[in-house]
Design a protein around this ligand. Structure first.
Ligand SMILES: NC(=O)c1ccc[n+]([C@@H]2O[C@H](COP(=O)([O-])OP(=O)(O)OC[C@H]3O[C@@H](n4cnc5c(N)ncnc54)[C@H](OP(=O)(O)O)[C@@H]3O)[C@@H](O)[C@H]2O)c1
Length: 324
């Protein structure tokens, strides 16, 4: 089968498309014909050996897929022929993947494979961040950094679908602002000078939650954007540097800085992912969750997709087409 290999740690330009044997499934796994796979920032980090998951070289990257079940164990909630989304966490950039039953989910008939492939990694992260770690309640105001990115656009949609009052996206360009609005943000602000703009947009009150996928020097200004009892969700560090917190800022306004480590949490709690999928499925069926796809690439063009993310050019979620 056709698959993508990371074979060295020199970045996206040396990623290769290769022919390898298809996987066989273990007793607790589902074998899936992959139609589309989501491309995310962690795969870019993996091309340089900078992600916390460091498989032995060469390996097939890719965390999430959408496709059709080829074979499943008896008693599994999906069976041959079913359309599914799945989270193998690795091995998704290939024509077939074997994925644990626990991480393979049915999708609505009307959902295109390319959209379905954009959901597991980012939307379940966003759901964990907002609903579990962030304790978001109805009517709260959410500020999202990197709002035109994969996780950022998912945070916008999950926040709205689960009852947030207003969602403000922070982006680096007006073009990305349009993507954030298209995903459902009530408004966007440019990263440059966002703190004062948030004060103005909220009548001086600030926001209840900040979802930070970017890190770096935005962090302190993000804390200054929080209303009393506000919560800052630490999701990622695409800016490259890890912020530090002066804890007196937390004491003064009763603020929380909250780590969001969804993958490690879900992997060690059997049934957690399926519970999350059960919560989001009605919102996929109603169309309340519908990922904005910013680019769909043939598998042979995988390097272009990775380079678009690395160079910050990606507008919305990027996906790879493994068939068709
Ligand atoms: N904690 C978890 O459980 C979890 C789960 C999944 C992913 N993540 C993390 O979430 C982060 C976002 O992933 P993603 O797939 O959404 O990435 P993405 O689609 O590339 O979006 C990231 C956004 O970050 C912003 N950015 C700021 N500085 C950047 C820089 N120097 N280079 C590139 N982008 C920069 C960009 O927005 P602007 O140009 O508008 O600023 C970009 O749209 C990553 O750090 C990833 O590892 C964490």
């Amino acid at each position: 089968m056709k698959a993508v290999h990371i074979k060295d740690l020199d970045g996206p330009s040396t990623v290769a498309v290769v022919d390898v044997d298809p996987p066989s499934r273990k007793d607790d796994e589902v074998l899936i014909d992959v139609h589309a796979a989501g491309v995310s920032f962690p795969e870019v980090l993996q091309t340089r050996g900078l992600y916390q998951v460091k498989p032995e070289l060469p390996f097939i990257p890719g965390a999430e897929v959408a496709g059709v079940v080829v074979d499943a164990p008896a008693g599994a909630p999906v069976r041959a022929g079913d359309r599914v989304a799945a989270l193998p966490f690795l091995g998704a950039f290939a024509e077939q993947v074997a994925c644990p039953v626990d991480a393979t989910f049915p999708i609505p008939d009307a959902l295109a494979f390319e959209q379905a492939a954009a959901i597991p990694f980012n939307y379940l992260t966003a759901h964990f961040a907002l609903c579990r770690r962030g304790r978001m309640s109805a009517g709260e105001t959410v500020l999202v950094h990197g709002a035109a990115g994969g996780v950022g656009s998912a945070v916008i949609q999950v926040a709205k679908a689960f009852g947030a009052g207003s969602v403000i996206g922070v982006v680096s360009t007006p073009e990305k602002g349009k993507v954030a609005l298209g995903a459902g943000a009530d408004q966007y602000l440019l990263a440059d000078g966002f703190k004062d703009a948030v004060r103005e947009a909220t009548g001086g009150r600030g926001v209840d939650l900040v979802a930070d996928t970017v890190g770096g020097d935005r962090f302190t200004d993000s804390l200054r954007c929080l209303a009393a009892d506000g919560r800052m969700l630490v999701i990622g560090f695409t800016a490259g540097s890890i912020p530090e917190v002066k804890v007196n800022r937390l004491l003064l306004n009763n603020l929380d800085v909250i780590g969001v480590g969804w993958g490690a949490y879900a992997k060690t709690r059997p049934g957690y992912l399926r519970g999350q999928w059960t919560e989001i499925l009605p919102k996929l069926e109603s169309g309340a969750l519908a990922p904005p796809i910013g680019g769909s690439y043939a598998v042979d063009d995988v390097r272009d997709a990775l380079e678009a993310i690395e160079s910050r050019r990606a507008l919305g979620k990027l996906v790879l087409r493994l068939r068709g």
